[in-house]
Write a protein that binds this ligand. Structure first.
Ligand code: NAD
Ligand code: MG
Length: 392
């Protein structure tokens, strides 16, 4: 039976890995929608190759080039955030959520509202609005499948287990580009230096977030939301080889580790075929050649984002939405050369402090409107702080 699939964020790193798997078995899938940004050549070429119904660009200014590229193919073209939500609402069985940032939340909710399976790479959805995402899935009979490698690993280790048997979850971190840099050099780290990852090939934003550990901070919160754990049950450990993705600790002292190659097609393929396991084109690990796996405690002076994640988990409510939005703006400013590497965490911390002084914001219900309001507040506040931040 052909499965109807859509890919949100199809032109990105996760989107392209998803297309790689789907394109290997074209008869098994009917592609409904592909969405992207300004890489119109990629979006159009994939839409034509996969015979999609509709291709959507996030940018209104890219609509004409997209129309031109799809002329005569019968594939619809559309543009803008609303058009992405409409594409996400088109009937499908399985949808990959691989937009980067909070922009992925609203379309992901549309997927769940139609009762489909949402393969969630977009961790920001869980950080901003975990309770809303899970409640929407429950209400409409949708399923959320983790695609972040750590969360896929935890999910796999939990198959057949009761949550009441789980004592703790440990997610691993490679340590990113600056794992071994002297602390005093970090201040002057450039975006180009931060955007090289030792083990994974990923989009620019998540790669820089790996160097600052904001990625791991988001993932600690994502772990809490996905699996309903208490903050004290979740740990991050530095594991430079990136071969163990996560471990689940059970009450009898057992640790179940998920070991696999640093290739996102494993987690994507697991979510695509769940609950079955099928052949995937990933490397089979040679443990003898690898020889050793090592672990270190994460240093919170080097990576203050981890401490901030704990504060966000303790606060709950809309703190995740504020944290993520302040991080997104700080990252934009770092990439643009307007903020130093270490200043990103300083801005985020200050926005969190200012938020706790805002009456009612933190405790408000996690609804889409409230999440968007918290996101807006955090972006505005972060922008003001970035404007005033000392340079150099
Ligand atoms: P990427 O930058 O390579 O791709 C992002 C995609 O989102 C592109 O298609 C882009 O056009 C689209 N996009 C960007 N801004 C948008 C907006 N405002 N509205 C609509 N579309 C927009 O990113 P990526 O590395 O593929 O990551 C995608 C998501 O998956 C992120 O949430 C990331 O944290 C998560 N993730 C990625 C990896 C990885 O290996 N790359 C691993 C785990 C989790
Ligand atoms: Mg991850």
């Amino acid at each position: 039976m052909t499965r109807r699939v859509s890919i949100l964020g199809a032109t990105g790193s996760i989107g392209q890995n998803t297309i790689d798997l789907i394109a290997r078995d074209p008869d098994a899938y009917a592609v409904v929608a592909l969405t992207g940004g300004n890489n119109i050549a990629r979006l159009a070429a994939d839409a034509i190759r996969l015979k999609a119904q509709v291709a959507v660009t996030a940018h209104d200014s890219c609509l004409e080039p997209l129309r031109a590229a799809l002329a005569g193919t019968g594939i619809e073209a559309a543009a803008g955030a609303e058009a992405i939500c409409e594409a996400a609402a088109r009937p499908a069985d399985w949808v990959m959520s691989a937009i980067v940032g909070a922009a992925g939340l609203a379309p992901g909710l549309k997927v769940l509202e139609q009762g489909a399976a949402l393969a969630l790479a977009n961790k920001e959805s869980m950080v901003c609005a975990g309770p809303l995402v899970m409640a929407t899935a429950r209400k409409h009979g949708g399923t959320v499948l983790p695609v972040d490698s750590e969360h896929s690993a935890v999910f796999q280790a939990l198959i057949g287990e009761e949550m009441s048997a789980v004592e703790r979850v440990i997610i691993t971190a490679s340590g990113g580009a600056f794992r071994d840099w002297p602390l005093e050099q970090l201040r002057n780290a450039t975006p180009a230096q931060a955007a090289t990852h030792p083990n994974w090939v990923m989009g620019q934003r998540i790669t820089i977030d790996s160097a600052s550990m904001f990625n791991k901070a988001l993932e600690l919160i994502e772990t809490r939301e996905f699996f309903g754990l208490e903050p004290g049950q979740i740990e991050a450990v530095v594991h430079p080889e990136s071969l163990i993705h996560a471990l689940v600790g059970f009450r009898d002292g057992a640790l179940m580790a998920h070991v696999g190659p640093s290739d996102m097609r494993h987690a994507i393929g697991f979510a695509l075929h769940y609950p079955e396991r099928r052949d995937l084109p990933v490397e089979r690990l040679d443990l003898v050649r690898i020889g050793q796996l090592s672990f270190r405690a994460p240093d919170e002076t080097r990576w203050p984002a981890l401490r901030l994640a704990r504060e966000v988990m303790a606060a709950g409510g809309l703190a995740g939405a504020v944290f993520n939005a302040a991080k997104e703006r700080s990252l934009d400013a770092f990439i643009a050369g307007r903020l130093g590497f270490l200043q990103m965490a300083e801005v985020v911390e200050e926005v969190l402090t200012m938020q706790s002084a805002q009456n009612g914001l933190i405790d408000a219900e996690v609804s889409l409107d409230n999440v968007l309001a918290a996101d807006h507040f955090a972006r505005k506040t972060a922008d003001k702080l970035i404007e005033r931040a000392p340079r150099g």
